[in-house]
Design a binder for this molecule. Structure first.
Ligand SMILES: C[S@@+](CC[C@H](N)C(=O)[O-])C[C@H]1O[C@@H](n2cnc3c(N)ncnc32)[C@H](O)[C@@H]1O
Length: 293
């Protein structure tokens, strides 16, 4: 790992969270295993449908040409739901996913997918020739790109390194569709100790202004949505599924893990819904081909 630039969560910290067990995540996620905020249009859709809508929203943002052999990068690809859907919708496409979770790579490998590869890799180490990708999707990973210990300047620089890398990897006018939890009505020091130590170690949230600052003269911000309440809805669905499987989860993984996730989902519902301390941003950014120096 390129340590001098690394202000994000380490592989160990990511694996502490995501490598609990793929079977554990199956007990509360949707069938495609999206582990991020879903997108409801009517409010009546099932979690499966709302997750599919979220994935299609990001894919639509990329404005891919169905007649071309597009190349798409998914930074923080999870269990591969976005990658599978890109390929399903754009038959000629090739999709590259990177994640710091070994369990996620193993899961995707077992599916033997054509034109889809997942690699255990930090975005900071990703190598691609200039202009390789038609579009980049990153959903739910940006939350891990800065540590609570980083100074504000280091944090912005880390985010800027991310946007600079994406800039180089993208074709002219290429698009990033980014989804991240953001700090809303909270200060950095308000980050709950329980999350910083037991749930998402070495991870801190961006402010919308941090993202705007870090992408200035690299990307035009095309659109921003804050779907804070939809994250509360997603978490309610996960909580319901987890509690519905309580006995099996407790028997297989123990009471502590069950209680930890029950607390994590319950606290986050309050953060998104009641305190408004956390926002959920979906941001479409287009590469500026002739940036102001
Ligand atoms: C909350 S999960 C979201 C997964 C997926 N995008 C989804 O929506 O279901 C966060 C993902 O970001 C990945 N991630 C975190 N930091 C990363 C980094 N520095 N480089 C690459 N992937 C990273 C994790 O391994 C994980 O796959």
């Amino acid at each position: 790992m390129s340590a001098e630039n690394n202000v994000g969560a380490s592989m160990e910290a990511i694996q502490y969270h995501y490598d609990v067990s793929n079977d554990f995540y199956r007990f509360f996620l949707d069938t495609e295993m999206s582990y991020s905020c879903a997108l409801w249009y009517t409010g009546q859709e099932s979690l499966d449908v709302a997750q599919q809508q979220k994935i299609d929203y990001h894919i639509d943002n990329l404005e891919l040409n169905p007649a071309a052999a597009s190349r798409v990068l998914d930074i923080g690809c999870g269990w591969g739901a976005v990658m599978r859907r890109v390929k399903q919708r754009y038959a000629l496409s090739t999709v590259t996913g990177i994640t710091l979770s070994d369990a996620q790579v193993q899961h995707i490998d077992t599916l033997n997918l054509t034109d889809i590869t997942a690699t255990l890799e930090n975005w900071q180490d990703h190598q691609a020739a200039k202009g390789t990708y038609d579009g980049i999707i990153s959903v739910g990973a940006f939350e891990h790109f800065a540590t609570p210990e980083a100074s504000q300047e280091e944090k912005i620089q880390g985010y800027r390194n991310f946007f600079t890398s994406c800039y180089q990897w993208l074709k002219p006018s290429g698009i990033i569709s980014l989804q991240t939890i953001g700090a809303g009505n909270m200060k950095r020091e308000d980050l709950h100790h329980f999350f910083a130590t037991e749930i998402f170690p070495e991870s801190d949230l961006p402010r919308l202004a941090d993202i705007a600052t870090a992408s200035t003269f690299l990307f035009e911000i095309v659109s921003v949505r804050n779907d804070r309440e939809m994250y509360a809805n997603t978490l309610r669905e996960w909580l319901k599924n987890l509690q519905g499987n309580k006995q099996t989860v407790v028997n297989t993984f123990g009471t502590d893990l069950f209680k930890k996730y029950e607390k994590y989902f319950s606290l986050l519902i309050l953060a998104f819904d009641v305190y408004k301390s956390m926002d959920l941003y979906r941001i479409k950014l287009r590469k500026i081909d002739k940036p102001r120096q």
